[in-house]
Design a protein around this ligand. Structure first.
Ligand code: DP6
Length: 320
């Protein structure tokens, strides 16, 4: 009754922001992401008849803060009658700072739980369960360029391109390692309830997805760059115009954005995206990697950079 799974975070190029059904955690909009390669979360789940409660260890430290969400996710996969479990999570990147840590965590947790129980659900069924725990987690079950669509009260996912078909590089500029002030789930509800831009955001998402889908199919970097930055800035405009406003950026985030803009002016194939946190993610063609890393490292406020290619979906490391 034990298994370990690994999943990589994914970065949305066309973002999920807003829920159409809060109880089922159903996204109000589709999204399109890239799964990373060298950042990972490893989750081991051990069900035990001796345990009297669930326990969660994050990087070897007992953690109560995330325990409820983890227990609820275990219930989703294993049912309410399940035994208690000890869950151990290790990540090689900062947790809860807008780095999609919940995506890799819940993708790995769902897969490890299913395997520990000897279940036979397919990837889509597991992705739907992961999405129920955290919307972006559904995408981390899959490799490369992934599109998530919502139809008929559930989500569907599709790999648009495997990582080898268009090996883009991602440079994450870490500007802060602390947890974010407002969680994305809560922030989305606030945006939907209060931002005058929210209806427009939802209405335009299909167009943005179509543009990005075509750019990916054609490997058209300039087109993907333009729609990704537009979609990101539109999402942050919705956040900023929520009441109270939600501002995840810091001075360093803006400095990084400026660096990317300057690189673009000089012809470097790079674009940026930013999620629910102050880190900036730059996406570039392989030949531009060194230039982008050097430029971001010199931006004021950048603590360090992490580089990744595009990678595979969640996998089992050991178990049963
Ligand atoms: C800005 O997946 O963390 O990263 O479903 O409430 O857990 P919950 O939200 P979450 O939101 C991700 C928001 C985002 C955009 C994205 O990844 O698409």
């Amino acid at each position: 009754m034990q298994a370990t799974a690994q999943a990589q975070p994914n970065i949305a190029l066309i973002k999920y922001w807003g829920k159409s059904d809060v109880a089922a955690n159903l996204p109000a909009v589709g999204s399109l992401s890239i799964t990373l390669e060298s950042l990972w979360t490893k989750m081991s789940v051990e069900f035990s008849s001796d345990a009297t409660t669930d326990k969660l260890f994050l990087n070897d430290e007992l953690n109560d803060q995330m325990l409820l969400r983890v227990s609820q996710c275990l219930d989703l996969v294993a049912g309410n009658e399940r035994r208690f479990a000890v869950v151990r999570s290790h990540s090689n990147f900062p947790v809860a700072a807008g780095l999609a840590s919940s995506a890799s965590a819940f993708a790995a947790l769902v897969l490890a739980t299913e395997h520990a129980l000897g279940g036979s659900r397919d990837t889509l069924a597991l992705a739907r369960l992961a999405g129920n725990a955290s919307g972006s987690a559904a995408r981390s079950l899959y490799e490369g360029f992934v599109e998530l669509q919502c139809a008929g009260g559930q989500i569907d996912l599709q790999v648009l391109l495997p990582p080898s078909a268009w090996p883009l590089r991602v440079i994450v500029a870490i500007t802060e390692e602390a947890a974010k002030p407002v969680g994305s789930g809560e922030a989305m509800l606030r945006s939907a309830a209060t931002s005058p831009f929210y209806p427009g955001w939802v209405a335009q998402q299909e167009n943005d997805l179509a543009e990005a889908r075509t750019a990916v199919a054609d490997r058209d970097f300039a087109k993907l760059a333009a729609i990704t930055e537009h979609n990101c800035l539109k999402m942050h405009s919705v956040m900023w115009t929520s009441r109270p406003s939600i501002v995840y950026w810091s001075k360093a985030t803006l400095a990084c954005m400026q660096v990317v803009r300057e690189l673009q002016v000089h012809g470097t194939p790079v674009f940026f995206t930013i999620d629910a946190g102050p880190q900036l993610k730059a996406v570039c063609l392989p030949e531009a990697e060194e230039t982008v890393v050097a430029a971001l490292r010199s931006a004021p406020g950048v603590i360090r950079t992490m580089v990744s290619g595009l990678g595979g979906g969640a996998t089992i490391l050991d178990g049963q």
